[in-house]
Design a protein. Sequence first.
Lengths: 112, 114
Amino acid sequence: QKEVEQNSGPLSVPEGAIASLNCTYSDRVSQSFFWYRQYSGKSPELIMSIYSNGDKEDGRFTAQLNKASQYVSLLIRDSQPSDSATYLCAVHASGGSYIPTFGRGTSLIVHP
Amino acid sequence: KAGVTQTPRYLIKTRGQQVTLSCSPISGHRSVSWYQQTPGQGLQFLFEYFSETQRNKGNFPGRFSGRQFSNSRSEMNVSTLELGDSALYLCASSFGAGGQETQYFGPGTRLLVL
């Protein structure tokens, strides 16, 4: 069974710090990886996608992928209170899988 | 381009009733997936439709069903509601070609079963 694991948190960081969110997955043939942000009571919104090993940067967000170790992480630089949310990791397997597997999410709290 | 829309946004039902939720995907998207989200279970996949056919199905009882119309709009139905069906129901759309696709979520329908 494909599994995506995330620490539920909450992860608490001070404003301006770097928040590091981690996700591990069990399916070695996974190909596509996504990070979603979900504010309380709202639906998930896509932050980043990553497909190749290494880092991918978009503004204050950096996704890191290591397929050999089967983990993907999200770094948030200069964290703001508005970044306080639950962050969901989603993983697509290969072979034309249409449905990603979601982790349960990590709750991030950025305090002033 | 308009995003994914879901109606209604909120619903209150009583046990034993049935409910129908609607989802309109992003224009051009042919795949619609439905998820149930609860605090205890996280995001759980219900089913996925592509070109009016159910292509994938999660582990939910037969009380949960869905369909997709020729314009890609989708509905899901829950019959004989139970208290445990109270949840946020999310619809997500994608192009449907598989592989490295991104799913875009609608705002959700919050269902409360009393």
